[in-house]
Design a protein around this ligand. Structure first.
Ligand code: QAP
Ligand code: CO
Length: 168
């Protein structure tokens, strides 16, 4: 297993849409394991493959307090079940140090393949529902800062640029 480098906003590689996985083979499983190790080390609750510069539709999530309940979503598809929405304070490993409220659908259903390539369906609640939407946005080249005002996004971009300069 390996800890992978996480790309940071405004890296243009975070804007590329990821392609579907055609076969869940050992290469994909190795990617999943490396992503899990990278997420736990960060530490984070979710990671999408394009955050580690792999343009494939793979997401890992663990929202448990005990950090031992990994979820793997390959080619995830989200269905919005009703009009209810909720706000949650979101962060992102690619936007370190910044948290902002984002409004998203509350009730969703997710279809995906697991790490054995088997299809499954879940109706996630609370943080899990927020996190999977955040991660599928990544697969589509979208970041949580895109939901903020241009002014807020620009402020985050400026502050991160200073931090990245200081630590480069
Ligand atoms: C996405 O994000 C998420 O700023 C996953 O300095 C997060 O794991 C969805 C992290 C919250 C919904 C709610 C962020 C770590 C981790 C930081 C993460 C940081 C260190 C973010
Ligand atoms: Co993120």
């Amino acid at each position: 297993m390996a800890i992978l480098t996480i790309l940071e906003f405004p890296d243009p590689r975070l804007r590329k849409a990821a392609s579907p996985v055609t076969r869940v083979d050992d290469t994909v499983r190795r990617l999943v394991d490396d992503m899990l190790e990278t997420m736990y080390a960060a530490p984070g609750v979710g990671l999408a493959a394009n955050q580690v510069n792999v343009q494939r539709r793979v997401v890992v999530i663990d929202v448990s307090d005990t950090r031992n309940q990994p979820w793997v979503f390959i080619n995830p598809e989200i269905e919005i079940l009703d009009d209810s929405r909720r706000e949650y304070d979101e962060g992102c490993l690619s936007v370190p140090g910044f948290y902002e409220k984002v409004d998203r659908p509350e009730h969703i259903r997710v279809r995906a393949l697991d790490r054995d390539g088997q299809p499954f369906v879940i109706a996630p609640q609370d943080l899990m529902a927020v996190c999977i939407q955040h991660e599928v946005d990544h697969l589509n080249g979208k970041l949580f800062v895109d939901y903020l005002s241009p002014l807020k996004r620009q402020r985050i971009r400026m502050k991160l640029a200073k931090l990245q300069h200081a630590t480069a």
